[in-house]
Design a protein around this ligand. Structure first.
Ligand code: HEC
Length: 120
């Protein structure tokens, strides 16, 4: 195999270009692949009642901050509520009607919000 590459500099460089291209593509994929933050912002209006504007200032300290949380974490939490793996009376009701795309969009939106500006 090695001898084949050395004997064919063109196939070696095109192989390298392919590998580098794939790596660049993988690096440019957002962590919240498939989620659209702008679409999520509209879907998040009802969430603000408890989690606060942008998910950053919850109505009570018992309600979690969503702003700045990892998109994959938010996605996992919402999916778990929806499937009943994580049990909470409020959030299973909130998650029930969401589509996979809604969840991805909401996760992308809250992940993109500025969080935890409190000084202690
Ligand atoms: C009526 C109040 C209320 C509303 C409205 C609400 N939530 Fe929640 N949410 C909560 C509470 C309370 C919890 C904590 C539940 C628990 O302990 O599991 C929570 C937890 C969460 C979590 C898990 C956070 C973590 O740190 O694990 C996510 C994600 C979440 N909510 C997203 C949403 C989204 C998205 C919406 C809007 C579609 C929404 N919530 C609307 C009250 C609310």
């Amino acid at each position: 195999m090695k001898a084949f590459f050395f004997a064919n500099p063109f196939s070696l460089s095109s192989l390298l270009a392919g590998v580098l291209g794939a790596a660049a593509l993988a690096a440019s994929l957002p962590a919240n692949a498939g989620g659209n933050a702008a679409a999520g912002e509209k879907k998040a209006e009802t969430c603000a009642a408890c989690h606060g504007p942008g998910g950053a200032k919850p109505a009570t300290p018992d309600y979690p901050v969503l702003a700045g949380q990892h998109a994959d974490y938010l996605r996992q939490a919402l999916t778990a509520y929806q499937k009943g793996k994580r049990k909470n009376a409020i959030m299973s009701g909130m998650a029930a009607p969401l589509s996979k795309q809604d969840i991805a969009d909401l996760a992308a939106y809250f992940a993109s919000q500025k969080s935890l500006t409190d000084k202690y």
